[in-house]
Ligand binder design. Structure first.
Ligand SMILES: Nc1ncnc2c1ncn2[C@@H]1O[C@H](COP(=O)(O)OP(=O)(O)O)[C@@H](O)[C@H]1O
Ligand SMILES: [Mg+2]
Length: 274
């Protein structure tokens, strides 16, 4: 059985309209289905407004869909009993794009990372400190950094803190919603290799949501492309995506700038196909 089964998910938002009491319904997700196997990363690609973040929220249990089921570790996420739901939430974590607004500026790195541990495990202060120190080291920071506050970290370092918090409870699946998109190229590369390392070490699975086909290609095992709320392409072997003729896929490829200015405007796909 797959770790995550997304079954025929459809969702609508009601637009607020002051003139008419009830706004019109907009379909944002339409019959979305796919699976993620244990230890695998699915890259979910699509341009802005395609419905990726809404799908991420549905999978995280934050936005109940109008239709369909999310089966996580064999349980229907929205109809699990309280005990199972608590365990499912523990096994399902998230890292968002905006590393600054994801943390409380008044909490130290230690408090930020210890928060999920305190919610789920009864640790003594010393045990908690030791775990936080280990987590900081696992994400390439120093144990001593636990005393610092968010303003003392760079964007890349703060995203490492968010990742440390996400892996603190040894989850099974992490939803990474544009998690490297706001970082500069050097930090993007570093965080992507950190994520790949953690995936191998802890047997993690990822849903890697992004508009960036290059980043998705680096970290993912398989790739899916969303357009207007639908999955329009799904390649279990990620290299197959280059052969897709779907306009939404071509658009993603066309948005990639080759590394060298000399090559811009020429065979753009070569930059990712390699
Ligand atoms: N809470 C909301 N209420 C109404 N419309 C929303 C809400 N969240 C997102 N949308 C709309 O749903 C569509 C998909 O948005 P989103 O899931 O954020 O796409 P993506 O992450 O691919 O950019 C967009 O048209 C967006 O404006
Ligand atoms: Mg989004």
């Amino acid at each position: 059985m797959s770790l995550l089964q997304v079954e025929n998910i459809s969702h609508t938002y009601r637009s607020s309209n002051r003139l008419w009491r009830s706004g019109s319904l907009t379909t944002v997700l339409s019959h979305v289905s796919f699976e993620i196997e244990r230890g695998q990363c699915l890259g979910l690609l699509g341009s802005s407004g395609a419905g990726k973040s809404t799908l991420g929220k549905v999978i995280l249990g934050l936005e109940q869909p109008r239709q369909g089921r999310i089966i996580f570790q064999g349980h229907d996420l929205y109809y699990a009993d309280t005990r199972a739901a608590r365990q499912l939430r523990r096994d399902l974590q998230v890292v968002f794009q905006d590393c600054y607004s994801s943390v409380n500026p008044r909490m130290s790195a230690e408090q930020i990372i210890a928060e999920p541990l305190n919610n789920y495990e009864k640790l003594t202060r010393d045990e908690g400190k030791r775990r936080v120190g280990e987590l900081l080291e696992a994400v390439g920071l120093k144990a001593d950094d636990m005393r610092k506050y968010p303003h003392a970290f760079s964007g890349g370092q703060l995203q490492r803190i968010n990742i440390a918090r996400a892996i603190a409870l040894k989850p099974k699946l992490i939803v990474l919603d544009e998690a490297v998109s706001s970082l500069d190229m050097v930090n993007q590369t570093r965080i992507l290799s950190l994520l790949s390392e953690l995936k191998a070490t802890f047997g993690l699975s990822y849903l890697f949501i992004t508009h960036d086909i290059k980043a998705a290609h680096v970290i993912s095992d398989s790739l899916a492309v969303m357009d207007k709320g639908q999955i329009v392409e799904h390649c279990r072997d990620k290299s197959g995506l280059a052969d897709s003729a779907h306009p939404a896929v071509r658009e993603l490829f066309a948005s990639v700038l080759p590394e060298h200015p000399r090559d811009r405007g020429l065979g753009r796909e070569s930059a990712i196909k390699q």
